[in-house]
Design a binder for this molecule. Sequence first.
Ligand SMILES: [Cu+2]
Length: 182
Amino acid sequence: MYYLSAITKLHVMKFFKYLLVSLFTFMLVIACGGEEKKKEEPKKVKIGVQKEIKKKDDNVANVVLTANDSMQYNKKEIRVKSGQKVKLTLRHIGRMDINEMGHNFILLKLNVNADEFVAKAATEQANGYIPKDSPDIIAHTKLIGGGEITVIEFDAPEPGVYQFLCSFPAHYATMHGKFIVE
Ligand SMILES: [Cu+2]
């Protein structure tokens, strides 16, 4: 009797062990499957939203400007149309610190002397080298360091050829370009 019950117990335990293992596997499969489904759903939603934005935003000029650790923008010329809303993204693709290699984007009004402007801006370190209440600026981003990104929106001014630049000390020489409004 003792042996018999011991064998039965052993069988019962084995049975439960298998049951537990298969139950665990089953739940794992469900859990993983569920996660995959969850991950897929937001993607679908995102694609839908992006398409909608593209359709709506014909009046928006999306400009992406990058700046690196070698005092360079990736663009010498930016073209937009008068009446458009300009959404400008400035990305610092370098790694250097904001105090060593900070960059900004400043769009100057027509007929502003850029040399004089940057000389004045260089004294405004506390304000990210952006002169406070300056009458010379149409739009500007803040100063950013390596790896950072900043976005501004403004209305494109009247048609004309404007200048944009970075006002971090000594950057103007290589970091400037034409902002052309057609
Ligand atoms: Cu700069």
